[in-house]
Design a protein around this ligand. Structure first.
Ligand code: ASP
Ligand code: MG
Length: 442
């Protein structure tokens, strides 16, 4: 998204495409929505739902979108936005299906304008709408790809375009069996790219973004964070699922069986080496610290939980039924409480569902509280063995950082810590200097 922002981003992208096309002759470009388009579209639909006037924001949005090429014809997309938003405003509500249709316009606008700009530069390109070949279920907002159908449609569609045609493909969007628009989840464009790479046997994916690669920690938080040069598929998957927002959690999977290398590069600093994700074994275990702050901690406690069987099963089946997934699940050995984290967007729903399920236990005081702790963040240290983590824990304690929960997995070397949101920067810096060496400067 940032790479395609108005100004330098877009200019660099066009230069990069020219270069790569000259070099490889057979390339497909998967694009994300430009700038903050997805967030802005989400904001527009929420404003419309609340019944407020969304039109000034819509005007600003449209102005931004046409800025690089005033002559472009966006009538169809803009009309769809106006009509749909009006409907949302009237009914003061929207379905996930409508939400996907609105959000999808970001990528549709983006692919259309990029294609037009390239044509203007004398580089003939063809836009192919991903909804024609990526098929998903109807889980709007986070749709699951039907691999078989998608693979076969993709092969057919791309065969008819010819190998040397420069193709522009909107990322993030797909369609269900009724041809309704679906989306693959936030940051889903790179997932689109890796699916295509798999179906079309691509030799490589170059993922251009606005940072130098995957870091040992967020460089905005940790001053001496370093770019990780090379990382394997398993490690990258771990990082993706623990909040490295550069990658969609599902991006790595399609790369594995065909061993397709995935390189993260910086649009704004083409000289940077970036991060290579590949099948190659890395010499030393990769360590990286990530933060998730879009989660809440849910805590259930009560003496009645002691020794009672079936409670845990009920907790997780209630959540499962509502499609809510829990992480960092933890339980004291005395079984007086169960805690876990859930996505913020699911928190209220989970609370209501659990209170409802355990109505009886609450009445007889077997459960005395089910509550959400909202101001928390999860710090995950990927590639960290539990045994080697005690120093960090000591330092966290010395710095009076409360740890609500700690969890580690047997299969992968990851440690998850739940801390107060206000402490998270400090915590990450402490852990980073423990693992990678302290900075000498203050
Ligand atoms: N535009 C979508 C988003 O912002 C997909 C992407 O950027 O990859 O989440
Ligand atoms: Mg984006």
């Amino acid at each position: 998204g940032n790479s395609l922002a108005n100004g330098q981003g877009l200019a660099n992208v066009i230069a990069i495409i020219k270069d790569q096309y000259k070099k490889y002759k057979q390339i497909g470009i998967v694009v994300s929505a430009r700038g903050e388009a997805t967030v802005e579209l989400q904001h527009l639909i929420d404003t419309a739902k609340s019944g407020l006037d969304y039109t000034p924001a819509l005007t600003t949005f449209k102005k931004y979108q046409i800025e690089p090429l005033q002559t472009i014809d966006f009538t169809e997309e803009f009309q769809l936005l106006s009509d749909t938003l009006k409907g949302v405003q009237l009914t003061k509500d929207y379905s996930p299906k409508i939400q996907d249709l609105i959000l999808a316009q970001g990528e549709l606008l983006s692919s259309k304008i990029l294609s037009a700009l390239l044509n203007q530069e004398g580089l003939k390109s063809k836009t192919i709408d991903s909804r024609e070949f990526l098929k998903t279920d109807s889980n709007f907002g986070n749709a699951n790809v039907d691999q078989q159908a998608s693979a076969s449609h993709t092969k057919t569609v791309f065969k008819s375009v010819g190998k040397t045609t420069l193709t522009i493909i909107p990322g993030f969007i797909a369609s269900n069996e009724k041809d309704e628009t679906t989306t693959l989840g936030r940051n889903g464009s790179n997932y689109t790219a890796s699916l295509l790479a798999n179906y079309l046997d691509a030799s490589e994916i170059l993922n251009y973004t606005h940072v130098n690669g995957i870091y040992t920690a967020n460089p905005e938080i940790v001053a001496n964070a370093k770019v990780i040069r090379q990382i394997n598929y398993t490690e990258a998957s771990e990082l993706a699922s623990f909040g490295a927002s550069i990658l969609h959690t599902k991006t790595i999977v399609p790369l594995i069986d065909k061993k397709i290398p995935f390189r993260i590069l910086n649009t704004f600093k083409p000289e940077e080496e970036g991060t290579l994700i590949s099948d190659e074994k890395t010499q030393s275990a990769i360590k990286s610290i990530s933060i998730q702050d879009d989660v809440d901690l849910l805590n259930i406690s009560g003496k009645g939980l002691l020794g009672k069987s079936g409670i845990d099963a009920r907790i997780f089946s209630v959540l499962g039924r509502d499609g809510i997934s829990a992480g960092i699940i933890s339980q004291g050995s005395s079984e007086r409480g169960v805690s876990f984290i859930i996505k913020k967007v699911d928190a209220d729903k989970a609370l209501v569902a659990l209170k409802n399920e355990f109505k009886h236990e609450i009445t007889v005081n077997d459960i005395h509280s089910i509550k959400l702790i909202r101001n928390i963040a999860v710090v995950t240290i990927v590639g960290q063995k539990v045994n080697d983590f005690s120093n960090s824990l000591n330092y966290l304690k010395k710095n009076k950082i409360d740890i609500h929960l700690i969890n580690s997995t047997v299969s992968a070397n990851n440690i998850g810590l739940v801390v107060d949101k206000d402490d998270v920067k400090k915590a990450v810096n402490i852990i980073h200097s423990q693992i990678f060496g302290a900075v000498k400067t203050m």
